[in-house]
Design a protein around this ligand. Structure first.
Ligand code: FRU
Length: 508
């Protein structure tokens, strides 16, 4: 496919000519998006405009449904609705009509924020955060001029395709717990236990740190506050938005996850704050409803890069699948002009290893997108080089011994666009100005999987670490992939072209 610059395309063509050039009746703007080399081919994103958090993933009547934060009017954050996509394999998606829109004068008049989907009494049910303008004293979001009140709302599905949703007019949670000066009150995550339903809500207290509030209910309608399920420590940082100082935790997710046979049962807590999505594992006492994080108490990143607000669900055969929002890292004016912003990560399967560490690997369904592989064996001080005709590839590198340095680069007409380097002696991975220690990587032959998809690069390292990068200088035909090994040993490189998930890149 030849790269077409969107601006020169739009400047040079009238809308009518665009229809002649591309007969499937795409508008000029859609035609430009379809030819935008930076727009992903096999990551889910809406046909146009802005997306952020995944919301309410659910398996229902033989289909995967994924909802997400959508601004249907522009490719910038604002006016949050719930977009909807449906799939039979978690990889190919059909775009669906908007599932939730703000109700004028209602508790979600200023936006339908993030939430979850559960099957309650046989009916798929959303529990989500509605946002409305409110006097300062009632507001739970106070940044600058905004005084917004967050409440937790319910909507039930009216059909098995999950197209129509009936909102319950009154919030199921109208205010945060009495006496608490919260930094936010949103993103409910429910789960069922033997004695009823439980609900975590993302929050925090000024000067104390972020937290997850825990509620209990028989019918998900009247909720009783119990206590904090988990809480952070004061960060000592000052920020206009408490999420930036770590005093507000967004998008909590809490679930049991079995480890290898013989290991004790664990629970996993996920939350997002300060631009990062974190996980802890620990023990959940189902009598006292208390969660104790494992002794290190350390929260680990689910991804070291442009990845935020993930949420998980249980696939029918028992896999715990995680979806996350891949953010833009270019200036807003650029993504607004491109007409699209944000993408969904590939589905990641969560598991626990023998040491209690969370592992994440791309779901095997993604492999169905591979076409014929290129294979090469590289040895010390040699390299694998491949000119990319298009920007949809998976690259897998498996070393047969711990190499001293393994480097993967994308070079665009002689200029380095992206570099990931594994330093075997230190066990570190470096990408741009970021360096992290990959879990258990010292003295272990590294395994890397790198998914290049337009401007998205999603990398997985030894199943323990992930790093999502955005690269806006790549161009098809002009981009070269280079894998280099220095030091002893050898590595096998495989590289697959990946099929697009939509014939016109409009996801459906
Ligand atoms: C996380 C988040 C959530 C909120 C939503 C609004 O990215 O800020 O806390 O519900 O996005 O779009």
């Amino acid at each position: 496919m030849v790269a077409i610059d969107r601006r020169s395309f739009l400047a040079g063509l009238t809308c009518a000519a665009a229809h002649r050039a591309f007969p499937s009746a795409l508008s000029a703007a859609a035609f430009a998006r379809a030819h935008d080399p930076l727009r992903p081919w096999y990551h889910l994103l809406p046909p146009h405009n802005w997306m952020n958090d995944p919301n309410g993933p659910i398996w229902w009547k033989g289909k995967y449904h994924l909802f997400y934060q959508l601004n249907p009017h522009a490719a910038v954050w604002g006016d949050m609705h719930w977009g909807h996509a449906v799939s039979t394999d978690m990889v190919h998606w059909d775009d669906q009509p908007i599932a939730l829109a703000p109700t004028p004068g209602g508790a979600d008049s200023e936006g339908c924020f993030s939430g979850s989907a559960v099957v309650f009494d046989g009916v798929p049910t959303f529990i989500y955060t509605g946002v409305q303008n409110a006097p300062r004293a009632q507001s739970t979001i106070r940044d600058g001029d905004n005084h917004l009140r967050e409440t937790q709302l319910l909507a039930t599905a009216e059909d098995d395709n999950l197209l129509h949703w009936k909102k319950r007019a009154e919030p199921v949670l109208a205010t945060p717990p009495e006496g608490m000066d919260v930094t936010g009150f949103r993103d409910p995550c429910p789960w069922k236990e033997e004695d009823g339903w439980y609900l975590g809500v993302g929050s925090g207290e000024r000067g104390k740190g972020g937290c997850v509030l825990l509620y209990r209910s028989q019918y998900l309608r009247h909720l009783e506050y119990l206590h904090k399920l988990a809480e952070g420590t004061p960060s000592g940082k000052e920020a206009a938005n408490p999420v930036d100082s770590g005093e507000m935790w967004e998008c909590p997710d809490f679930f049991p996850l079995a480890g290898p046979p013989g290991t004790s049962p664990h629970h996993v807590l996920l939350y997002s704050t300060e631009g990062k999505s974190l996980w802890t594992t620990g023990h959940y006492d189902t009598k006292a409803h208390r969660y104790t994080a494992d002794p290190t108490g350390k929260a680990w990143p689910l991804d070291h890069g442009a990845y935020y607000a993930p949420t998980s669900f249980l696939a029918p055969e028992g896999r715990r699948i995680l979806w996350g929002w891949i953010q833009e890292t270019r200036p807003p004016a650029q993504y607004a002009a491109a007409g699209w912003a944000g993408a969904m990560s590939l589905p990641r399967v969560l598991s626990l290893d023998a040491s209690g560490r969370l592992n994440l690997t791309p779901a095997k369904e993604v492999e169905a997108l591979r076409s014929l592989a290129l294979r090469a064996q590289i040895h010390a001080h040699s390299s694998f080089r491949h000119k990319l005709r298009h920007l949809r590839r998976e690259i897998q590198i498996i070393a047969d011994s711990p190499p001293s340095t393994l480097t993967v680069r994308l070079v665009v007409t002689g200029t380095e666009a992206w570099k990931l380097q594994f330093n075997g002696a230190a066990g570190t991975v470096t990408c741009s100005d970021l360096t992290f220690t990959a879990a258990g990587s010292v003295d272990r032959p590294p395994e890397l999987r790198i998914f290049v998809d337009g401007s998205v690069i999603e990398s997985f390292f030894n199943a323990t670490d992930a790093l999502t990068s955005r690269v806006y200088t790549v161009q098809p035909h002009a981009t070269e992939l280079i894998v280099e090994l220095s030091g002893p040993g050898s590595a096998e490189v495989q590289s697959w072209p990946m099929r697009a998930i939509s014939p016109d890149r409009m996801t459906g």
